[in-house]
Design a protein around this ligand. Structure first.
Ligand code: SAM
Length: 290
């Protein structure tokens, strides 16, 4: 533990460079061992202080709070593969919140009929806003005469909605670069009371021009797409830099991919990819972008 604390100071730099949390941890322990073995009484506490700061600021690159009426829908997509690993390695912290927590009355109501008539039900403001407040507002007790105040932490609050701005690769990159904490509100039924959007939402995002039954699948799409751009989420053999719609590929669609065998059911891998001529291969790849 102490060794790791000592090593923490270099970890953020190392991790940023390699994108590997395991390598980062190993490096932390090694460096910590070297520092701990110094006999200087001056250097030991200094290293420890630096290290603690480094460690603290390197943990959890993005926190994502998801508000939903159906928390179980997130089991599977978030408990498998890359997103599971990213959470285990504490690169992202995903918290699922049940919107029924602050449901109203004996019948645990969360929706009601729309004013002005119309089909379906609308999600009520009170249960949503109470949950947002619980997540974002920390009450602070002051010692004088029981007076209390509160600190409001502000995540970037997104409502998944077909009426929102269309999610594109540049938008994904912008969200992952500019925010360390996201709050995603998943609608259901006909949607949510407009006053929630006006007062507690920073932007509305749509995953496409079609209507789904709820915001859960759009939230999963958004989290998956954004997470790929957080350093350390993809393994060292994976990269978000050279993919369809990336800047590196001029925002175009990727070239076709092939792997072994060279011939599969009479279909052969293009000769150029087997040629070993890197310049020719690059030219071919560029020509295939669409
Ligand atoms: N009445 C809404 C309309 O006509 O725009 C559709 C509501 S939809 C049935 C229920 C919820 O699913 C929405 O509140 C939203 O959270 C989510 N949703 C549906 N389609 C979506 C999309 N294309 N992008 C993002 N969220 C979507």
């Amino acid at each position: 533990m102490v060794w790791r604390l000592y090593g923490g100071v270099f970890c953020p730099f190392y991790r940023h460079k390699t994108g590997s949390i395991r390598a980062w941890n190993a490096f932390a322990v090694l460096f910590g061992f070297l520092c701990a073995s110094t006999s200087s009484l001056y250097f030991r506490p200094t290293f420890a202080l630096w290290s603690y700061g480094g460690q603290a600021c390197s943990f959890i690159d993005m926190r994502i709070d998801i508000l939903t009426l159906f928390p179980k829908m997130f089991e599977g997509p978030f408990t498998e593969s890359i997103l599971r690993r990213a959470q285990e390695e504490k690169v992202i912290d995903i918290r699922i919140h049940d919107l029924r927590k602050f449901s109203i009355g004996k019948y645990k109501q969360v929706d009601d009929k729309p004013y002005g008539g119309g089909a379906g039900m609308v999600m009520m403001a009170e249960p949503i806003v109470q949950l947002i407040d619980e997540i974002t507002v920390t009450p602070v007790e002051t010692p004088y005469h029981g007076v209390s105040s509160s600190v409001v932490h502000k995540p970037h609050r997104i409502y998944l909605s077909p009426r929102g701005e269309r999610l594109t690769q540049p938008k994904v990159e912008q969200i992952s670069a500019n925010h360390e904490w996201l709050l995603l509100l998943c609608g259901h039924y006909e949607g949510v009371d407009q006053r929630v959007i006006d007062g507690w939402i920073d932007e509305e995002i749509s995953i496409g021009d079609y209507v789904l039954t709820g915001g859960e699948l759009p939230a999963m799409v958004l989290v998956d797409a954004v997470a790929r751009h957080i350093p350390g989420v993809l393994g060292k053999d994976e990269s978000a830099a050279e993919e369809s719609f990336s800047v590196k590929l001029d925002r175009k669609k990727e070239y076709p991919l092939y792997t072994r065998p060279e011939v599969f059911r009479d279909m052969k891998v293009p000769d150029v990819l087997l040629s070993g001529h890197h310049k020719e291969i690059e030219k071919w790849k560029k020509a295939q972008l669409r």
